[in-house]
Ligand binder design. Structure first.
Ligand SMILES: [Zn+2]
Ligand SMILES: [Zn+2]
Ligand SMILES: [Zn+2]
Length: 266
């Protein structure tokens, strides 16, 4: 019996209700609700301050609801609000003391490491580097093999729960020849106009079941930024993390797996 709402970002979605404080780009305010069920996957939600008011007023009534000023939100925006505002046990601030040895510059850095990238697609072989075929090449952003297979380097953002930050996988995705050419030659203004491009994930990421050939779309970005990849929503753990976020604890776990050395500070 949920009604639909039309959202600019998410299209036709379910109607949900949250306190006014959870709207916009708020982060870390808490996300209180009853447990989601199959019938009600998006129960009304409110911030920690509103939870205090609700407690003091003996529950939701005319007065406490007025203070919370319950507002309508699409279910896609609701999920973003949950990711930004839920309070995980290990917080993002807890990662500030981590020290880690960087594999790029060999120096020690402090704080969370939020980027991990790959310099070539899975299908690239060392012998291609000496190929005289003009249809076979690899740059920092583009790769073609025998004029038949085309790839672009882009970013998969995994939103970090309780923050507006994300962990970024720098990965490769396949493109059709036509889209590959379009992306390489288009102007700054065109990037805003072109529709998302179909792509198969062409990087094997560690610590997941096979990530090759997950379905996604490359979204061209302005200012010559690398395209962002949007993963199709499936039950693959990477797709789940893309759509529902990862905890700061998971960021720490990934850092320990990906970096040569991580020091917990104390
Ligand atoms: Zn509130
Ligand atoms: Zn929305
Ligand atoms: Zn470095």
């Amino acid at each position: 019996m949920t009604d639909k709402i039309n959202c600019d970002a998410h299209g036709e979605s379910e109607k949900t209700y949250v306190c006014t404080h959870l709207l916009g780009e708020s982060t870390g305010l808490g996300f209180n609700r009853s447990d989601p069920t199959e019938d009600n996957p998006f129960p009304d939600a409110w911030c920690d301050n509103c939870e205090l008011i609700r407690g003091a007023s003996g529950g939701w009534n005319e007065e406490s609801e007025k203070l919370a000023s319950i507002s309508l939100l699409c279910s896609g925006c609701y999920e973003r609000a949950r990711i930004r505002n839920e309070r995980p046990t290990v917080t993002f601030a807890d990662l500030a003391n981590l020290r880690w040895k960087c594999s790029n510059c060999d120096e020690w850095h402090t704080g969370p490491c939020l980027d991990h990238g790959y310099s070539k697609p899975h299908y690239w072989r060392e012998e291609y580097a000496t190929s005289s075929d003009p249809g076979t090449f690899l740059t920092g952003d583009y790769c073609a093999i025998r004029g038949e297979d085309f790839f672009v380097r882009g970013i998969i953002h995994l939103p970090i729960i309780g923050t507006g930050e994300s962990f970024r996988w720098g990965v490769w995705g396949s493109l059709s020849r036509e889209n590959f050419e379009k992306l390489r030659t288009m102007s700054e203004d065109e990037a805003a106009e072109v529709p998302p491009m179909f792509s198969w994930l062409s990087t094997k990421l560690p610590d997941y079941p096979d990530t090759l050939n997950l379905k996604m779309y490359a979204h061209p970005q302005l200012h010559n930024e690398r395209p962002h990849f949007r993963l199709e929503e499936t039950d693959h753990p990477l797709a789940h993390e893309y759509h529902h976020g990862i905890t700061p604890e998971r960021v720490r776990e990934l850092m320990c797996k990906l970096l040569p050395k991580v020091d917990f500070g104390n």
